[in-house]
Design a binder for this molecule. Sequence first.
Ligand SMILES: Cc1ncc(COP(=O)(O)O)c(C=O)c1O
Length: 439
Amino acid sequence: MLPKLTTGIPGPKSQSLSEDLKKYECRNVTYTASDWPVFWQRAEGVNVWDADGNRFLDLTAAFGVAGLGHGWSAQAMREQSEQLIHGMGDVHPTSLKVDVCRKLSELTYERWGAGQGKTILSNSGSEAVESALKTALMATGKPGIVSFKNSYHGLGYGSLLGSGFERFREPFESQLAPLRKVLDFPKGGLDDLAHLAVQLSELDPGQIGAMIVEPIQGRAGKLVPPDGFLGMLKSWCEASGVMLIFDEIFTGFNRTGQLFACEWENVVPDMICVGKSMSGGYPISACVGKASVMDAWPESTGEALHTSTFLGNPVGCAMAVASLAEHAPNSMARQVQITGDKLKKELEKIDNALVLEIRGRGLMLGMELRHPDGSPAGDVAGTVLSDMLRRGIMMLADGPEGNVLAFTPPFALSDDEIEFVGHQLRNAISSSQHQLAGR
Ligand SMILES: Cc1ncc(COP(=O)(O)O)c(C=O)c1O
């Protein structure tokens, strides 16, 4: 459905809520400005309505969570919440927890012909990464972590240990153990892979237990590495006794046009982390690994070494069971490829000197904006986001300089909506350009 605006953006209710939020929420959580944010009230499919009754087209899928569309798993949530909202995940669990772990094994290691998978459930992506890093230490006894420049794995202390996104680490650096080696993420072609091979050869694997990587970097700006990248990492990890962890928290569940992005290269990791669209909206995530790797954890003697109060929450599990079944058929990946190609083609029609490149896979696309002197146009991207909001389209920007417009909509985006996005974006970029030039 195309957007419909009934009040100004942000409307009076959003403005007044913003004022209150500034009073009561800690600084540095929600960004507020005169033209940002609007307050969400409800959402359905590809649309979101704000507190003032404005209807938007959502090109974010709310951080990639609503791939199947907003509200898709609401029925599973309703039915489960009438029976049991909360249980005792690691003491007296529900059958739903068994179902989710089994289904995750089927969709990953069993589907990949790599035996059985075992799972540690958790609540956020960051925690899934922490489960993987702990498992790698258990399995190898080696504390070091290899990660990639501008990689994003969440903001918990454990996940920050391997993060390559410096901005998020800097204020806390003094409390982060110096365990990581950060390699360049190859964005280009074979030269980049040759450079990576040199960097790998310079590492001392004696101290390294884990390598964590996003198969396509998300927050870094939707960067797709050249073919052969994941395979090269796998060979190095196997030869070095290092656990290879794919962070598919964003790319997982068909976002890139394959059930998992590692399937573009057919490379099987030791562990894979998933979250976001796993349930379509409930905070649930998982680290799934080869059974032989996960069995590095000792049998529990009664007190789990790693758990949390909400682990395996029944409502989250019921929503995940429904979502995983919907994601499983190949037709879903195919739909994302087709819609992604259409969206990419529409974006490519935008003829503006500021647009350096449109890249990505499936419905995980980025448009990089640069000034004529080559500097990142984060300023233009910022004004484009606000302008698009006023045009009824919700968007975010990525990249360390915030100059990559991000397109990660729910999968059911229609042809009309794609055309509408192209038209509005073309106008928004040129009007932002003029606005900034006039300052
Ligand atoms: C690749 C990746 N890893 C980890 C995370 C962290 O997930 P969460 O915010 O649920 O902790 C994100 C979130 O955007 C992500 O994109």
